[in-house]
Design a protein around this ligand. Structure first.
Ligand code: GTP
Length: 352
C-alpha cells in the first residue's frame, strides 16, 4: 500500500462511517479475515451505552483479532469526546510494543465523520497518524426504499438548482454528512436489490454529493456482506485531515453539535424460548414505532449458544454467534435506537 509525501512515516487510519445498520461491523469483520497478517487495530464507537459491535467482532474467532486489538468507546459520540477518549485511545495503540500497522475506526451510525477527521489535528497525534481514507457504507436496500432521501429524481432536480435542501429529516442529514466526508462509498447489501434499484441508489449518492458541493466524484464500490478488496479500501492515501475544505457538512457553521435528534435505550427481555416468534414480534414493534435499529443478545433456554439479534428498520436477522461463557450471565438485552420521540415505554411494554 502506498503512502504520499504528506503521509509518509505516519500510521494510516481508516474511518468507517455509514448510517445505522449499513454493514460497518460486517465490513470490518471481512477486512480482518483478509488482513493477511497485517496488524490491524480497531476503535469502535457506538450510540447507546451497551457495546454490541465490539462483542460481535471479538466473537469472530479470528486469530489476528485479539481482545487487545479492539478498543470500544461506547456511550457517546466519538467526535464529541475527542480529548477524553479518542486521542488517548490512539496514543495507547501507538505505545504498544507492537504498534498496529493500520488503525480502523468504526464510527457510530449516527456520527458525523468530519469532526472526527478534524481530531487528527490534535498535537498528540498529528505527526504520528494520518487519515488514509474515510469510507461510507450505504445500505442499498434501505436507500432504495427511500429511507435517506425522498426520491433521487427530485434530489437531482434540486441539485441542479444549486442551493441547500430545505426540510431535511435528521436521518437524511446524517446520511448526507457521511457521504460528503467520504473518499470511498461502499454500496453494501447489493444482494437485497435488483439492478434497477442499485442504479437508483448510485444516482441518489451522486446527486447528494453534487448537491452538497463536495466538488469530488463519488468513488463507489459495490459489495455484499461488506466484502471489498482490502488493498483498495486501506490504500487510499487521502490524508483526509488536510483536505477538510472539500468535505462540506450540514454542521459547518456550528460550534460542536448535539445528538438530540436521536435516542437509545436498553430493554431487558428475559429468556426467549422461541426465536422465530421473537423475530416476528420485533418486526411488528419496529414497524409500529419507527425503530431505526435493534441489536443485542438473547438467552434461548436449553441452547448453549447466545442468539445475536440484528434489526435494521423492520428487517430482523438472528443467529447463534457463540457459546455462553461459564462466567457470564445469560441475559436477553436489546439496544433500541430511534428518532427522538420514540415511545420508550410503549416499545418496552410491547417487547416485555
Ligand atoms: N442481506 C445482507 N445483510 C447484510 C449485509 N451486510 C450486513 N448485513 C446485515 O445487516 C445487519 C447490520 O450489519 P452491521 O454490520 O452490524 O451494521 P453496522 O453498520 O455495523 O450497524 P451499527 O453499528 O448499528 O450502525 C446485520 O444483520 C448484518 O448481518 C449484506 O450485504 N447483505
Amino acid at each position: 500500500m502506498t503512502t504520499g509525501p504528506l503521509t509518509a512515516g505516519k500510521t494510516p487510519a481508516t474511518v468507517i462511517t455509514g448510517f445505522l445498520g449499513a454493514g460497518k461491523t460486517t465490513l470490518i469483520r471481512s477486512l480482518l479475515e483478509q488482513a493477511g497478517g497485517r496488524r490491524l487495530a480497531l476503535i469502535i464507537n457506538e450510540f447507546g451505552d451497551v457495546g454490541i459491535d465490539g462483542e460481535i467482532l471479538r466473537a469472530c474467532g479470528d486469530p489476528t483479532c485479539t481482545e487487545d486489538d479492539v478498543i470500544e468507546l461506547a456511550n457517546g459520540c466519538l467526535c464529541c469526546t475527542v480529548a477524553d477518549d479518542f486521542v488517548p485511545a490512539i496514543e495507547k495503540l501507538l505505545a504498544r510494543p507492537q504498534p498496529p500497522e493500520h488503525i480502523i475506526i468504526e464510527t457510530s451510525g449516527l456520527a458525523l465523520p468530519k469532526p472526527l477527521v478534524q481530531a487528527f489535528h490534535w498535537p498528540a497525534i498529528k505527526t504520528r497518524v494520518t487519515v488514509d481514507g474515510v469510507v461510507a457504507v450505504v445500505d442499498a436496500a434501505a436507500a432504495a426504499e427511500g429511507r435517506f432521501a425522498p426520491d433521487p429524481a427530485a434530489l437531482a432536480a434540486q441539485a441542479a438548482e444549486a442551493g441547500q435542501l430545505d426540510h431535511e429529516t435528521p436521518v437524511e442529514e446524517v446520511f448526507e454528512d457521511q457521504l460528503l466526508c467520504a473518499d470511498l462509498i461502499v454500496v453494501n447489501k447489493t444482494d437485497l436489490v435488483d439492478a434497477a434499484d442499485l442504479a437508483k441508489v448510485e444516482d441518489l449518492i451522486r446527486a447528494a454529493m453534487a448537491e452538497g458541493g463536495t466538488g469530488r466524484e463519488a468513488k463507489i464500490l459495490r459489495a455484499s456482506n461488506g466484502k471489498v478488496d482490502p488493498v483498495v479500501l486501506l490504500g487510499v492515501s487521502a490524508g483526509a485531515e488536510d483536505d477538510l475544505a472539500n468535505r462540506p457538512s450540514h454542521h459547518d457553521e456550528e460550534e460542536g453539535h448535539d445528538h438530540d435528534d436521536f435516542t437509545s435505550f436498553v430493554v431487558d427481555l428475559g429468556p426467549q424460548p422461541d426465536p422465530a416468534a421473537l423475530a416476528k414480534t420485533l418486526e411488528r414493534v419496529a414497524a409500529a414505532h419507527g425503530v431505526l435499529r435493534l441489536k443485542g443478545f438473547i438467552d434461548v433456554p436449553g441452547k448453549p449458544m447466545r442468539l445475536l439479534v440484528q434489526g435494521v428498520g423492520t428487517r430482523i436477522q438472528t443467529h447463534f454467534d457463540r457459546f455462553w461463557k461459564p462466567d457470564e450471565p445469560r441475559r436477553s438485552r436489546l439496544v433500541v435506537i430511534g428518532e427522538t420521540g420514540l415511545d420508550r415505554d410503549a416499545v418496552t411494554a410491547a417487547l416485555g
